[in-house]
Design a protein around this ligand. Sequence first.
Ligand SMILES: Cc1ncc(COP(=O)(O)O)c(C=O)c1O
Length: 402
Amino acid sequence: MIDFKKLADKYQTPLYVYDFDSMSKQYSALKEAFRGRKSMLAYAVKANSNLSVVKHFAKLGAGADCVSIGEVRRAFMAGIPKYRIIFSGVGKRDDEIREAIERDILYINVESEAELARVEIIAKELGVCARISIRVNPNIDPKTHPYISTGLHDNKFGVDIDTAKRLYIRSNNSENLDPVGIHFHIGSQLTELDPIREAAEIVADMVRSLSAAVGIELKFFDVGGGLGVCYENEETIDPYEYAQAILSTLTGMDITVICEPGRYLSANAGYFLTKVLYEKRNGDKRFVVVDGAMNDLLRPSLYSAYHRVDALGKGGELSRADVVGPVCESGDFLAKDCELPKMEHNDLLVIHSAGAYGFGMGSNYNTRGRSAEVAVEEGSDRLIRRRETFDDIIALEKEYLG
Ligand SMILES: Cc1ncc(COP(=O)(O)O)c(C=O)c1O
């Protein structure tokens, strides 16, 4: 049991707290589900990119799925070996592509024909053969929130099957491109197996036809991330069934499965602690105003995402309230219509499931410093990012003041 009160007193609020032991458990459960098959879990760094978090996964043997050169650098700093680092993303700059090739990572996930051309040109300039994978958009509805659906033709990600085939043939004929993998990622917070199985079938068929028709033998079958977690009362996918759904499409194929989980590994290991500033009413509407805000935890404002809220150590009659922050936006809320007892100044709220897409989506909006981050591991706690100060926020502006 994490002593949230002690941590809030020690590190102040707003505060992110991560249970590293819970992250380890999630990692092992998913890795175990792929047992007996060549596989790699490449942690999706975007979910929670704190260096200590990435290092924790590095120590467990994870690779890294990165979507900017900044994330690639984080993965290196955290000790992920270069042969376990993947660079994805729909809009890579030339300098990012160059650095990824120079760093000799496992492969670059290419998301368009135009990008493939840039990778080829840059690899030629460097006099090397760049390992690539093509992100296929299988046009499957993942049945998740539209903002986190990525595998439909309406979404900006990847290329359709016919284009992908053409790009593989082009890469195979190039001296500067080495097509080693195939990639798809249909969306995040997936809670149904059928779309995953369907997408895997389409992509596995493509791998077979590339081998049979043009002799391209791919080594990596990258299924992206997306495994959903329970925020409220969602039925989630069992990791074993998830692995089976994918593996069942690969019968007879000698190919390494790569999976890029983010949320599954870190969401429910994270908590956001915030203190009550005031209670107020506007007519019949009750608000609990807290010191954390949308600049700390954006998911409720961005996706109307639900996060469980616990009023620590409080009892008494419950009534509905919106938990809101100090930011000057009506969209600044952490919870809507949440059943809470009467709250007083300095009471502590624990916001659950905040370990993925929490801190990383934070900002300095309203000149608010980002929260501190703390790791809890085997019963002890340690700071893994200090709280931002006013001086941190203005550091890049103040010399231009004149
Ligand atoms: C290519 C890719 N891989 C992995 C992930 C991680 O997704 P999740 O955190 O849902 O597992 C994402 C999320 O957007 C992604 O775009």
